[in-house]
Design a protein around this ligand. Sequence first.
Ligand SMILES: [Zn+2]
Ligand SMILES: [Zn+2]
Length: 154
Amino acid sequence: MSKKRGRPLTEALTEAERVCLSNGAQLTELRRTVLQLILEAPGPLTAYQLLDQLKEIRKSAVPPTVYRTLEFLMENRLVHKIEQLNAFIPCSDAHHDHHDVQFLICEKCGTVAEIEDHAIVRALAKAAEKQGFHPGKAVVELDGICAACSTSAH
Ligand SMILES: [Zn+2]
Ligand SMILES: [Zn+2]
């Protein structure tokens, strides 16, 4: 269950289908299955965890199957890759700019929240430009303790 997002699974999948269609792409059964696994996971999933789960449904699944599918899902902005975990989470808003996003990664429970704060992106761009650096994508991955974990600790 993707309870942390409070969005029913079927609704998320229907929305994903719509997004693919508007991108001129197709959410095939395989793509849909992989997306569903990511949506249902309580936290980020690595490609190998996905492969293991996928093998229970499709015996023929091999690593390239998973990588190609993840590539597709990222291109269509349905999932994000968390680089430092080398794992994937569902995107909470397929319409936002995936180049300027921040992830809050909880070290305790492993959940990842996605935020989009333009002030952070502007501040980063400004700091970079001061160095004569031309910034490209500004994905920020922040480690720490989430709200739920910090209240349960007291
Ligand atoms: Zn997103
Ligand atoms: Zn936590």
